[in-house]
Write a protein that binds this ligand. Structure first.
Ligand SMILES: Nc1ncnc2c1ncn2[C@@H]1O[C@H](COP(=O)(O)OP(=O)(O)O)[C@@H](O)[C@H]1O
Ligand SMILES: [Mg+2]
Length: 309
């Protein structure tokens, strides 16, 4: 058994139950992700934004009592940024030494036995991915003038990527894919998203209850609209609920059946969702127009679907 195969918890099932208590739903995804990291493996989570990737990994890291270090994969993520660099001012005074090396997130994760969480993994440059692959294979990195830095047993690389992302991405080589396990995550169903929005908005009462249902419904509709390339995640529904609640306060709307209620939702949608939906360039429409259509569908064409009770 190599060092990385050590799991931190002898009772994995009990550990799963404690982690699950921090999540709405996601039983299967949690079980699979936990099995992969407990087996000492690195993992790529593939799914659109807002599908519990960070929440799940954060809950596992918290259960293990280890840090979760974030890095954003983009063209600027050079190998030196990932691994670390020598402080240039100190190098001028003292020459290169182990002492003036500033660890990057990879070395930090290795030394602290944490998860290195690389979001938008497929946007990182090829040479950075190669540095990472070597570190994953060796569970160690060699830094010039510092020497070999070994990873603690709980060190893992967790990558995430959005399958709809195709701007500025590198096509990952088969050697990258061959070194990672993969878990695909999709959107949750409406009842689970409603529970997430309830939890994250902390909103209670009849007005809030209706808002949560409407916010989730219209947010989900952005993902189905024919002119939308990528709709909003559950984050949009959380913000829509919070914004509409403040609008209700400003406009003195206290009841969900008030005449002014539908316009709260429309205005909240414009603020919370217009920047979150990506309209198909060929469709010649605007996010605002798409949102108004979705709102009309829910409040004017099929008002019974949205009626309280
Ligand atoms: N299963 C879940 N349980 C509780 N909250 C969740 C869940 N999934 C997502 N959320 C909430 O939704 C938002 C986005 O989730 P996040 O895990 O950051 O998504 P991702 O990393 O996939 O983009 C966060 O505010 C998070 O708290
Ligand atoms: Mg995330």
């Amino acid at each position: 058994m190599t060092a990385q195969e050590v799991t931190t918890d002898p009772d994995l099932a009990a550990s799963r139950e404690r982690i699950a208590a921090h999540l709405v739903g996601r039983e299967r995804e949690l079980e699979l992700a936990l099995a992969a990291v407990a087996a000492g493996r690195d993992l790529v989570l593939e799914g659109p934004p807002g599908t519990s990737k960070t929440t799940m990994l954060g809950a596992i890291a918290a259960e293990w009592g280890i840090p979760l270090l974030f890095v954003e994969g983009n063209a600027d993520l050079t190998p030196a940024k990932l691994v670390g660099h020598h402080n240039p001012a100190r190098v001028l005074r003292e020459d290169y030494s182990a002492d003036n090396f500033v660890p990057g997130p990879l070395v930090e994760a290795m030394q602290s036995g944490g998860f290195l969480y690389i979001e938008e993994f497929n946007r990182a440059p090829e040479d950075t991915l190669n540095a990472l692959l070597t570190a994953m294979a060796d569970r160690a990195v060699t830094v010039p003038r510092v020497g070999r830095i070994e990873a603690l047993p709980t060190f893992r690389v967790i990558a995430s990527m959005n399958p709809y992302d195709n701007v500025g991405t590198t096509r990952l080589s088969t050697s990258v894919h061959d070194r990672l396990n993969r878990l695909a995550v999709g959107y949750q169903d409406a009842p689970a998203e409603e529970r997430i929005v309830e939890l994250r908005s902390g909103a209670t009462g009849p007005l809030a209850e209706r808002l949560v249902r409407d916010a989730v419904a219209v947010t989900r509709a952005t993902r189905e609209h024919p002119d939308v390339r990528q709709g909003s995640s559950v984050r949009g529904a959380i913000d829509l609920t919070l914004v509409a609640l403040r609008l209700a306060e400003l406009r003195d709307v206290a009841e969900p059946d008030a005449d002014a209620y539908p316009s709260l939702v429309l205005d909240g949608m414009i603020v919370a969702l217009s920047g979150r939906i990506h309209v198909d360039e060929a469709a010649e429409t605007t996010p605002e127009r798409v949102l108004r259509e979705i709102w009309e569908d829910r409040f004017l064409l099929e008002p019974h679907a949205a009626a309280p009770g």
